[in-house]
Write a protein that binds this ligand. Structure first.
Ligand SMILES: Cc1ncc(COP(=O)(O)OP(=O)(O)O)c(N)n1
Ligand code: TZP
Ligand code: MG
Length: 210
């Protein structure tokens, strides 16, 4: 089973990205999603090589946002795909059975689709407004998670759900109570001045509720 905390990277340059990812790893994150929106550039390859080495050093899981070919080239642990990205089926053919493929969902219908596609986990959100991503899908709030997870339970659908979007420390307990498996966070960890304390506090809240 995957770790309950996924860090989604930020940074406009390779250097900023490496700094932020190193900070997350050094303070206890062991699952990194490299999210670099210049994902099809030489810089993306340079960054992915650096992140691969860092994740190896810290024994962390390394997945790449959007770019399945880069994940294949770098032998990353997997990818995260949105509903408008490459299909899970095509990604599975390229990456093989053992790699992690995460998929985005915003509705119960998306969850059904992702489950049929055999995703390994679902990033369900956004929980609330965030500046990290433009063109957000409708905000779910706690009620959205309760409703979607209730419908999953009624149909006995079992797939790890990660809440995403504007999550802060204060939200984690109530989100976990809805039945999610974990959280994916970006801004919270990127912007903190005390990453060690924050990641410990997040992990305490995540582990207690499972
Ligand atoms: C864990 C997780 N969940 C959702 C997303 C969003 O993916 P997507 O909808 O493709 O948007 P971008 O991140 O590509 O802008 C994610 N990245 N990770
Ligand atoms: C990539 C993504 N997809 C939905 S919300 C989001 C951004 C998550 O980042 P943050 O934790 O800073 O809100
Ligand atoms: Mg995407």
């Amino acid at each position: 089973m995957h770790n309950q905390l996924q860090y989604i990277s930020q940074g406009n340059t390779v250097e900023e990205q490496v700094y932020n990812i190193h900070k997350a790893l050094d303070n206890g994150c062991d699952w990194i999603q490299m999210r670099f929106k210049k994902n099809y550039s030489d810089d993306a390859f340079t960054l992915a090589e650096a992140v691969k080495m860092l994740c190896k050093e810290y024994l962390a899981t390394f997945i790449i946002n959007d770019n399945v070919y880069l994940a294949k080239q770098l032998e990353a642990d997997g990818v995260h795909l949105g509903l408008s990205d490459m299909s899970v089926e095509e990604a599975r053919l390229i990456l093989g059975k053992t790699k992690i493929i995460g998929g985005t969902a915003n509705t119960f219908e998306d969850v059904l689709q992702r489950t049929t596609e055999n995703c390994d986990y679902i990033g369900l959100g956004p929980f609330q407004f965030t500046n990290t991503k433009q063109n957000l899908s409708p905000i779910l709030g706690l009620e959205g998670y309760r409703s979607i997870i209730g419908q999953m339970q009624a149909k006995n659908i079992q797939i790890p759900i990660y809440a995403i979007g504007g999550i802060t420390l204060e939200n984690v307990e109530s989100l976990m109570e809805t039945g999610i498996h974990g959280i994916a966070v970006s801004g919270l960890i990127t912007q903190t001045e005390n990453a060690s304390q924050l990641i410990n506090q997040l992990n305490d809240k995540l582990y207690v509720t499972i």
